[in-house]
Structure formats: structure tokens, C-alpha cells
Write a protein that binds this ligand. Structure first.
Ligand SMILES: Nc1ncnc2c1ncn2[C@@H]1O[C@H](COP(=O)(O)OP(=O)(O)O)[C@@H](O)[C@H]1O
Ligand SMILES: [Mg+2]
Length: 433
């Protein structure tokens, strides 16, 4: 093991402040919150699956949260290969990562007293050209190399980089590569499959027009014909300190797999008695605004159905921690998969009694509303508005993107609007009751 079974420190980074929240002993496989962290008034649990307590957590209890911070599939394979570590050895893969989802970092615990702020003393940014970004996104190996250089870990399966950016006085944009613990503020995802960035862009913008809170996004042409989507990280906030120095604040965040103590591999599992019910219960218990968040979840679910996003699994929904409460994060990774014949038509979670997007019927939406403990009439109201808004919102966004130079977007938009017609009719029959 690269970390030689040494104790690991679990840190929370916010601007220049670093707090030791807990430690992992890889030998006896225990995770423990720090006494001082537990005593501090600001203590936030790392995960809903790891409530604050002074008893040690066993590995089956803490592994899903920590392993859930790593990339998946081929991306994880490439990361392990770069480190010369085994893929299953999730602690070795995590050790030394200073820029994760949210505000967490995992490092080897040094002997003796430690001034944690020193950890970020080398943090800095370096300009990176669009062609270098493009090059770093071409293969899983290159993505893993770039992520390791930035000491960064982003979950998911698509090729992606964590970057920051700066505008000079003339509003010229420079992309920046974060190094040695500097915080990324944007995620750039390349399309391993053509048209995915364009379709994700249309979906995110259309979702916003339908009243859904979404991550801000834009398309970037990295090289002629090579288009990536850039999303602004909602777990980061740029602020100026008292001396007008720019700092990046980080917000604590976890996905639903982590919150429910499930491995990333179980992200498509339908939960008992149903995923909708489990998610609604979780939000009822832990959200600072449960009714708003359940309603927003229902809204996103309707949108995913209509736009044909079957990849709406448990890692594509997140919670932002605010003290001892959570809020549903803005929506992200809204990719209309149903338009591609190669992708599965099984959705990430059931709507009513069905999971296959072509089998979901109007009765399923009433059942879905019941599972979420919201009135079917409220769901009807959301659906009615979406039926009227979505097709034109997709076209309007396409024209906007064309004006910015992304010329094929109206073809993508027309295909998308054609593709959603059958589902639009199903939703209409639900609305009509
Ligand atoms: N705008 C964002 N702000 C903060 N975190 C994000 C944002 N978008 C995605 N993430 C996090 O990054 C992970 C990977 O991003 P995602 O878009 O889902 O990639 P993939 O297409 O590979 O699944 C998500 O599961 C989520 O935890
Ligand atoms: Mg995802």
C-alpha cells in the first residue's frame, strides 16, 4: 500500500482554513471523528451515513462514503494504474487528494503536532491552454495524470478535469490548472460520445427554464469540432478576504449513494420499498426545507422522464450540508440518453411500478406522487407547466448556442424535441387525470 498502513487524516478545507475532522486507521479499519471536531459547534457530519459520534466506525460503515469520492469504471482503473496501486485499495487511491467533491481531503497523518494550514502553502494555479485541456481529456490515462498533478478526485465515469479560470481587465479568459491543493471551481467534461456535451447543455438550460435549480454551464470549443461542457461547481464559492485576496470557499457535499451508505456499484439499485420513498424519507428527516426539496426532486424526476435521461442514478443527485441540515443540490449531469439507441432504456430509478422509460404510464405518476408524499395534483401542476415549457425552451437554447457559434445545436434540439413526443403524450394523459 502506498500509504504503508499509516494513519490517515480526514480534513475539511475552506479557503485557507483546514480542520482535522477525523482519522482513519487502515490497519484496524476504523474511522473516528476527532474529539475537538465533535466538540466544535460547527461540526458537520461527513455524511448522513456517518452521524457525529465518539464511537469508531467499522469499515463497512465508512467505506461507501470514502470510496464514493473516487472516480468509477475505467477512470478508476486508470488512476490505480498511474499510482501502481490495486483498484480495490480505495484508501491508497484517495490518500494525498486535496481537491475532492465538496471540502474534504485525505492525507497521511504526520507524526507530532501539525499546522494544517501548511498543507496548502504550495497551492497555486498555472495557466493551461485550450489545446492542452483538449489533450488531457483524450484518454482515461491522461485524465488520471492530470488529476494526480492537481491532487484532485472527481467522481463519475466521463473524462473530466477540474479547473479554475480568470478574466483580465480586458475580459480575456485564462483557464487555470489547480496545483498542490488549489481549489478547482469548474468541471470540464469532454464528449467520449459525440453530441453528449451539446445535448447536456440543451438539457441543463431547458431544465432551468422549467424552474429547476441547475448547475451553470456553457459549451467550450477546445479544438475545431471538439466541444466540451463546462459546469460551474456549486460546492465552490469565490470570495475576497479582508485583504482583497481571492479565496475559494468549499461547501460540504455528498451524493445519495454516499448518504445512503451504498457503494458506487449499487447506484442503479432500486431501494426498498422504493427509491422515491427512501429519498423522500431522507429529505423529510434531514433537509432544512423538506417540502421544497421533495418538490424539487419530483420536478427533476419529471424532467428526466420527459427529456429521456435514463442515467438518473443515485450518484447523480447530491446533498449540500449546512451545519446539521442538508439541502438538495442543484441538478447536474442531465443527459438525454434515450435519444441514443445504444443506451439502456432502464431508468436509474422506478417511476411507480415501472423502470423502463417506454413502459412508464400515467398511473405510475400518481403512484410516484404517493411515494414522495406529495399530492398527485401538485405533480400534475408541475407536469402541465413542463409540457408547455420544455419543447420551446430546448429550441430557444439551441438558437442561443448557434448565435455563439455552435452551429449544429438546432439539429440536436429538433431531434430531442421529436424524441420526447411519446413521453409528452403520456404525461398529458396523467395531467388530464
Ligand atoms: N456543478 C457541479 N458542482 C459540484 N459538483 C458537481 C457538479 N457537477 C457534478 N458534480 C459532481 O461531480 C460528479 C461527476 O459529475 P457528472 O457530471 O455526474 O459526471 P459523469 O457524467 O461522469 O457522471 C457528480 O456525481 C457530482 O458529485
Ligand atoms: Mg454523473
Amino acid at each position: 500500500m502506498a500509504h504503508d498502513n499509516k494513519m490517515l487524516g480526514v480534513l475539511l478545507i475552506n479557503g485557507e482554513h483546514v480542520t482535522l475532522a477525523g482519522t482513519i486507521d487502515p490497519q484496524i479499519k476504523h474511522f473516528c471523528y476527532e474529539k475537538a471536531y465533535l466538540e466544535s459547534m460547527k461540526g458537520t457530519a461527513l455524511s448522513l451515513s456517518l452521524p457525529l459520534t465518539n464511537r469508531p466506525y467499522e469499515e463497512p460503515e465508512f467505506k461507501p462514503y470514502f470510496e464514493g469520492l473516487l472516480p468509477e469504471g475505467e477512470a478508476r482503473h486508470a488512476l490505480a494504474a498511474q499510482l501502481g496501486a490495486r483498484e480495490e485499495d480505495y484508501l491508497t487511491l484517495l490518500c494525498g487528494i486535496l481537491d475532492c467533491i465538496g471540502d474534504i481531503a485525505v492525507v497521511e497523518l504526520p507524526e507530532g503536532e501539525k499546522n494544517w494550514e501548511d498543507l496548502l502553502s504550495l497551492a497555486h494555479y498555472e495557466p493551461i491552454s485550450l489545446s492542452d485541456i483538449s489533450c488531457s481529456l483524450t484518454s482515461s490515462e491522461r485524465v488520471a495524470q492530470a488529476s494526480l498533478a492537481s491532487r484532485l478526485s472527481l467522481t463519475g465515469t466521463q473524462h473530466k478535469l477540474g479547473l479554475a479560470r480568470m478574466f483580465d481587465d480586458k475580459k480575456t479568459l485564462t483557464w487555470l490548472r489547480p496545483l498542490d491543493g488549489a481549489a478547482s471551481t469548474h468541471i470540464l467534461k469532454a464528449g467520449q460520445i459525440t453530441r453528449i456535451p451539446e445535448l447536456e447543455m440543451l438539457a441543463l438550460s431547458a431544465a432551468r427554464s422549467c424552474g429547476i435549480k441547475v448547475a451553470s454551464a456553457e459549451l467550450i470549443e477546445l479544438q475545431p469540432g471538439n466541444i466540451a461542457i463546462c459546469v460551474e461547481r456549486f460546492d465552490r464559492q469565490i470570495s475576497k478576504d479582508a485583504n482583497k485576496k481571492l479565496t475559494v470557499l468549499r461547501r460540504h457535499q455528498e451524493d445519495f449513494s454516499q448518504a445512503l451508505r451504498l457503494s458506487s456499484g449499487s447506484k442503479y439499485a432500486e431501494l426498498e420499498p422504493s427509491s422515491a420513498k427512501v429519498i423522500a424519507e431522507l429529505l423529510k428527516q434531514h433537509s432544512a426545507r423538506p417540502l421544497d426539496d421533495i418538490r424539487m426532486f419530483a420536478h427533476i424526476a419529471l424532467f428526466n422522464y420527459l427529456i429521456g435521461n435514463c442515467d438518473n442514478h443515485l450518484k447523480n443527485f447530491s446533498l449540500i450540508h449546512e451545519g446539521k441540515w442538508v439541502r438538495l443540490s442543484p441538478a447536474y449531469d442531465l443527459v438525454p440518453t434515450a435519444i441514443f439507441p445504444r443506451f439502456s432504456r432502464e431508468m436509474g430509478m422506478n417511476i411507480g411500478t415501472h423502470r423502463n422509460i417506454d413502459e412508464i404510464n400515467s398511473r405510475d405518476f400518481s403512484l410516484f406522487a404517493n411515494e414522495l408524499s406529495i399530492s398527485p395534483n401538485l405533480l400534475r401542476k408541475l407536469a402541465k407547466k413542463m409540457i408547455h415549457t420544455l419543447p420551446s425552451a430546448i429550441m430557444v437554447e439551441a438558437y442561443k448556442q448557434e448565435a455563439l457559434g455552435f452551429e449544429t445545436l438546432s439539429y440536436d434540439a429538433e431531434d430531442l424535441v421529436d424524441d420526447l413526443q411519446t413521453r409528452l403524450h403520456v404525461l398529458e394523459s396523467f395531467v388530464e387525470g
